[in-house]
Ligand binder design. Structure first.
Ligand SMILES: *Cc1c(COP(=O)(O)O)cnc(C)c1O
Length: 355
């Protein structure tokens, strides 16, 4: 059995893969594949309606928010957010906590003015800036709740007096949030919710048309909301597999239950990183991510040897991102505690062999 610690696209529960595979061959005993049915068919209308209601239920999304199923990834949202929320001549505020956060700000700069309220680039993004001032006249404040590459996470929702926008690509559905604290949340599905090709947007309806800009229809949130995410062909299969994954999460007991499991998984791995003299974490302790756990070796020359041992032990996808080096173990919802234990065992084995 392989233990997949890949950062994204990532592991999904085995039973989701099995059901998804079956639907490719024969969807709902219809004699048709999920890949060939019309997105306007009654069968698919039920799928998208159930997916939406599962998102609404699992995240307690209030009634005055729309749930959109889009394409283009989180990266397309870097552009759509300012196009829809930033009026001509106005400015937006961004917190710079990593590559994704700075890419989001860079795209917004093409649309209007951007103020970076704080940045942790001085220490290769190994911490979260805590003190900053969001200008009262900003059209919105944007931050990245989990920094997938660097392994930091913002658990406390920033309190600001302007509309709050969050990129939750890598921690959505991993812990409880209060959606009403936000005006817009977006997430590429492939980190915790489902397969690549789907982007989730949760947007407060009062934000529609906020920028006053004339937008191409495909980039206009309101057009997608009005059409029930069927302005054009939605990513049918990615929505279907996400629905299966959301059902799995609901059957487990929902977000509060998975959050407790995620806390235990993260603690198990961080405890070993802190105990084992061969390894050390890369981020400040109070900002450690529960989803992406980054660590290096005390002696960097040994990293290739540990990677080789990891491979022998079927531990996949733990090589760190090139901008941090070392290792990154992504412990998303579907990754089990027994997979975390397999990694911890390999770290102990390495210690025994090399001490
Ligand atoms: C992966 C990731 C992105 C990019 O997502 P795409 O869907 O590939 O565009 C953006 N933000 C965060 C936090 C990510 O983890």
């Amino acid at each position: 059995m392989k233990h997949n610690f890949g950062a994204g696209p990532c592991i999904l529960p085995k039973e989701v893969f099995q059901e998804a595979a079956q639907a490719v061959l024969d969807f709902n005993n219809s004699g048709l594949s999920i890949l060939e049915i019309s997105h306007r068919s009654k069968d698919f209308e039920e799928v998208i309606a159930e997916t939406e209601s599962l998102v609404r239920e699992l995240l307690h999304v209030p009634a005055d928010y729309s749930i959109l199923f889009l394409q283009g990834g989180a990266s397309q949202q870097f552009a759509m957010v300012p196009m829809n929320l930033l009026p001509e001549g106005a400015k937006a505020a961004y917190l710079d906590t990593g590559v994704w956060a700075s890419k989001a700000a860079k795209e917004a700069k093409k649309v209007g003015q951007v103020e970076i309220v704080a940045s942790s680039s001085d220490k290769n993004y190994n911490y979260i800036p805590k003190v900053y001032n969001v200008p009262a006249d900003a059209a919105y404040f944007h931050y990245t709740s989990n920094n997938t590459i660097y392994g930091t996470e913002i658990f406390e929702t920033p309190k600001v007096n302007v509309p709050l926008v969050a990129d939750m690509s890598s921690d959505i559905l991993s812990r409880e949030i209060n959606v009403a604290d936000f005006d817009l949340i977006y997430a590429g599905a492939q980190k915790n919710m489902g397969p690549a090709g789907l982007t989730l947007v949760i947007v407060k309806n009062s934000l529609f048309g906020k920028s006053g800009r004339t937008l191409p229809t495909i980039f206009d949130y309101k057009a997608h909301a009005d059409a029930g995410s069927m302005y054009n062909t939605p990513p049918v299969y990615s929505i279907y597999v996400s629905m299966l994954n959301l059902r799995w999460l609901k059957n487990k007991g929902g977000v509060s239950v998975i959050e407790q499991e995620n806390i235990i998984k993260a603690r198990t791995l961080y405890d070993e990183i802190d105990r084992n003299p061969f390894f050390k974490g890369t981020t400040v302790e109070e900002d450690r991510s529960r989803m992406n756990i980054t660590f290096v070796m005390d002696t960097p020359e040994q990293e290739a040897a540990f990677l080789a041992l990891a491979k022998e032990r079927n531990l996949i996808g733990i090589k760190g991102h090139r901008s941090v080096g070392g290792f990154r173990a992504s412990v998303y919802n579907a990754l089990t505690l027994s997979s975390v234990n397999a990694l911890v065992d390999a770290m102990k084995e390495f210690e025994e062999k090399n001490k």
